[in-house]
Design a protein around this ligand. Sequence first.
Ligand SMILES: [Zn+2]
Length: 158
Amino acid sequence: MNINIDLTKKLETIILENRIINENNCWIWKGKIAANGYGQIEFIGFIGQIHRIISYLYLDLDNHKDLCVLHNCDNPLCFNPEHLRLGTRVENNKDKCERNRQAKGFSIRGKLTEEDIREIRNHWNNKEFSMKELSEIYDVKVCQIGRIINGKQWKHII
Ligand SMILES: [Zn+2]
């Protein structure tokens, strides 16, 4: 971050003062929460995500700006640097999909109808949309579209 050392120190102090440490040693942010579920802070006119700011301070994110910050503890409000790691976008999506599947027993079962599944496969087979576009149209994750197309999910629907 291009702000001076004193301000960085001050920002770090504010963030550390706003944590609750739980039994897993997660540092839980107790300030504002953004729509995406991550902790958020407004500081000297900037709005930043807590886990990313901490990654700038502790994990050298500054030199790897294209990387995502992943949570080893699966808690989006946690900002303990020992629970965070830098990863690629692909790893990030995989992480989220795995987590979603574990947490909800695969959300598409509740969300998509058998008709949707047929449509998705038809669109794909007719090369009408990309996987990314299909994920936006049907409001599910790209990896879930992948599973539908590859027949790993909803095998019984032809
Ligand atoms: Zn944690």
